[in-house]
Design a protein around this ligand. Structure first.
Ligand code: NAD
Length: 359
């Protein structure tokens, strides 16, 4: 008994060693020599329902970097599911492997067994390094895998739609009209989400400037939409009404914010603020920022309907409501003289702190 208690304390101390540990509900690992699986699953909070979040396959340089990633990302999912108003908590999985070299059917099946062993406490889906086909393989071993419903299509389209609604709401707040026609939007990263967003905006008569680390990709999207393109390292300083980060995190920093020309930032990338104080810096520069996990919650809403009862109209209505939440966040932030990210965090925290029955 003393040995067990000692171990529990050590475990607790071990988790505290990671700055991103935030009273997570469950952190569990699996190593399986036969398949080569080395994976971590973290459940941050499951007050509102089972934890949901994608599975990354990345060749992490160390166990610590994999742990840091899974802790940080699972926490983010708790905020996202709460702000999106869906009955799930936040979770995430990471597989420590090179997706190009190590991703075998056996590895994915072993991961499916790992997910299944948690009995539904965690529901997995795609992320970096995992594809729709991979989720289908994982789903042969567990019923707790989401995102493969054929009629739903690619959830990135729903993510882009949520960003679009939030952008219109931002334009309404700043310019007095949600009409985006004639406005200039700078899109950073035209992958799954950014290209779909650019396409939607082009149909509204938006003047688009796009950039991508893959320059050929930027040119291709620009040509197809009659848009301009600029080098990836210039997009955040390009003159535009709206900046839409749709590539990486940490793009809003003490270095980049003073040079932003846009008065509005709404995009799909996760973790856009380099540090929490950037929220206040954006406010002081008079820039209206839509918190990233609110702007990009369309995809997780899509997965929720894929798992319950698919209804394209209900998805669209739910995703459009993200804009109402954003207006609420912006109004509270303005009235209280606070940043929008701090206010969104507070709203999310109020929701996931409540017992499940009253959520
Ligand atoms: P993706 O990999 O399809 O696209 C990202 C694009 O950004 C790529 O074309 C890449 O070349 C480009 N890029 C990378 N670094 C860049 C840089 N420095 N400057 C400009 N472009 C750069 O990814 P995605 O699925 O479109 O996701 C984009 C972001 O949105 C990610 O942060 C992701 O975590 C987040 N997100 C995606 C979804 C979804 O539904 N796909 C949902 C929520 C959040």
């Amino acid at each position: 008994m003393r040995y067990l208690q000692g171990n529990q304390q050590d475990d607790h101390a071990m988790h505290h060693h990671y700055p991103d540990f935030d009273d997570h509900a469950l952190i569990t690992s699996r190593y399986d020599a036969h398949s080569g699986l080395s994976a971590l699953i973290a459940i941050h909070n499951d007050t509102r329902g089972p934890a949901i979040g994608g599975c990354r396959i990345i060749d992490y340089q160390s166990f610590d970097s994999a742990m840091t990633d899974v802790l940080r990302l699972s926490r983010g999912m708790t905020y996202k599911t709460a702000i999106a108003g869906i009955p799930y908590g936040g979770g995430k999985a990471v597989i420590i492997a090179d997706p190009a070299r190590d991703k075998t059917t056996g590895l994915l099946e072993a991961f499916g067994d790992f997910v299944e062993s948690l009995g539904g406490r965690y529901i997995t889906s795609f992320d970096s390094g995992t594809t729709l086909a991979d989720i289908e393989t994982i789903a042969t071993r567990t019923s707790f895998a989401a995102g493969t419903l054929a009629e739903a299509g690619n959830a990135s389209g729903t993510t882009a739609q949520g960003i679009y609604h939030c952008m219109r709401a931002a334009a309404d707040i700043v310019h007095g009209s949600p009409d985006l026609s004639g406005m200039t939007v700078a899109v950073q990263g035209v992958g799954n989400v950014g290209a779909r967003l650019a396409d939607r905006l082009a149909r509204d008569g938006v003047l688009l400037i796009v950039a991508d680390a893959n320059e050929a990709r930027a040119r291709e999207v620009a040509d197809s939409l009659g848009a301009k393109w600029v080098a990836a390292d210039r997009i955040d300083r390009t003159t535009a009404h709206i900046f839409a980060p749709c590539a990486l995190g940490a793009v809003l920093s003490t270095k980049t914010i003073p040079d932003l020309s846009a008065q509005i930032v709404v995009g799909g990338a996760n973790n856009q603020l380099a540090t929490p104080d950037c929220d206040e810096l954006l406010r002081r520069h008079g820039i209206l920022y839509c918190p990233d996990y609110l702007a990009n919650a369309g995809g997780i809403i899509d997965l929720h309907y894929q798992r319950s009862a698919w209804n394209a109209e209900a998805v669209e209505t739910h995703v459009a409501s993200l804009a109402d939440t954003f207006v609420d966040v912006a109004e509270r932030a303005c009235a209280q003289g606070r940043g929008t990210a701090a206010v969104a965090d507070e709203i999310a925290q109020e929701r996931f702190a409540r017992p499940r029955t009253s959520a």
